[in-house]
Design a protein around this ligand. Structure first.
Ligand SMILES: NC(=O)c1ccc[n+]([C@@H]2O[C@H](COP(=O)([O-])OP(=O)(O)OC[C@H]3O[C@@H](n4cnc5c(N)ncnc54)[C@H](OP(=O)(O)O)[C@@H]3O)[C@@H](O)[C@H]2O)c1
Length: 332
């Protein structure tokens, strides 16, 4: 039997942990711990990670979380932790069969070593060749056994959200949403999540750093960084997309806020509006200063919001969100 009271995150800003470990150079523990502590102090207590956020060792992200909560057991109850799994870390293709889901969850639980419970667990992508009932049923088994607390899915289309929630009540849906990826407002995802009262977790809300204005040339992205594989960051698209960033930077300057704060303010202004239900941005950052900047809420007046929407409508983003190997897994 699915639980009657479903855990649903509800904070203005969450925190994405991917960048700490899914990069050629990991964030040293001292800095990572200070950043994580800062997130909690700032109320960004919804954390998102995955069982493949590590290079070269896929589980490095889980290992960081274990070390943090081992050092700070007093914080374990303060944080709602969402872990995605069920993919091949080399190819990023889904592994959503029952036994694969159970194995992925078991790996996560073992790596976390009891230092932190997985509050919400779920598949990273949908696999149309595996029935949703099989994948989500396996997670239902994990919830029933109290191994994880609830179910979240990612990159789901509107009809998948509707179907999944009928199979097993969803705690959240994690989807890309930002000033350069507003798709969920027009593809039915926001409307469906609002209707079903399911929080959307907005991933890459700063456009993987691009919208902050700090990535000015490809040289600002280290070799081996995953962004170098994505279409929007290819040389033929990069400079064109920078034109949007310049416009946003001018807008942020006018408001006396940073471009990152503007990007997050636009998301918060969309949350709980006519267009959408709850949307929680999860900016990734590796320093306490950036977490403080990103969690310092600045508000947009309706006129600011309209002006920003007009800028977006006048601009065509160049390049897909991922690349030809991964495109078929989006909005599934
Ligand atoms: N479900 C999915 O398929 C999926 C896919 C991608 C991401 N995610 C989740 O979404 C989270 C966030 O996404 P993301 O890391 O891809 O992108 P993001 O949050 O849009 O951007 C993170 C980048 O922006 C930089 N940054 C953060 N705050 C800044 C500031 N105030 N000023 C200047 N630069 C700033 C970060 O730098 P530093 O890190 O160097 O500080 C990092 O390079 C991830 O941690 C992950 O949990 C989920």
């Amino acid at each position: 039997m699915p639980p009657s009271n479903v855990l649903k995150p509800n904070v203005p800003t969450g925190f994405g942990l991917m960048g700490m470990t899914w990069r050629p150079k990991h964030t040293p523990d001292e800095q990572a711990f200070a950043t994580m502590k800062k997130a909690i102090a700032q109320g960004a207590t919804f954390w998102s990670s995955a069982d493949y956020y590590g290079m070269p060792e896929p589980t490095a992200g889980l290992d960081l979380i274990r070390r943090y909560f081992t050092a700070h057991p007093e914080d374990a109850e303060k944080v709602t932790l969402f872990i995605k799994g069920c993919v091949d870390p080399q190819t990023m293709q889904p592994k959503n069969k029952r036994e694969q889901v159970l194995a992925s969850a078991e790996t996560c639980i073992q790596r976390l070593g009891g230092a932190k419970k997985i509050d919400i667990f779920g598949p990273t992508r949908q696999d149309p060749s595996v029935p949703l009932e099989e994948t989500l049923g396996a997670i239902g088994e994990l919830v029933a056994a109290d191994k994880v607390g609830g179910l979240g899915i990612s990159e789901a289309a509107a009809q998948t959200i509707e179907k999944a929630n009928a199979v097993y009540p969803l705690s959240l849906v994690e989807v890309e949403f930002s000033l350069w990826t507003p798709d969920l407002l027009s593809n039915g995802v926001a409307a469906t999540a609002k209707k079903l009262d399911i929080p959307l977790v907005a991933y890459s809300p700063l456009g993987r750093g691009f919208l902050t204005g700090q990535v000015k040339s490809l040289d600002d992205i280290p070799e081996g960084d995953i962004r170098r594989r994505f279409d929007r960051f290819q040389p033929e698209n990069f400079n064109k997309n920078l034109e949007l960033v310049d416009k946003l930077k001018a807008f942020a300057d006018k408001m006396n806020v940073t471009p990152a704060q503007l990007a997050l303010a636009w998301i918060r202004a969309t949350s709980n509006s006519e267009q959408a239900g709850t949307i929680i941005p999860i900016p990734g950052a590796t320093s306490p200063g950036r977490v403080e900047e990103n969690t310092t809420v600045v508000s947009l007046s309706p006129q600011d919001k309209t002006e920003l929407d007009q800028i977006l409508a006048s601009f065509k983003i160049q390049g897909g969100r991922y690349n030809k190997h991964l495109e078929h897994l989006l909005w599934q």
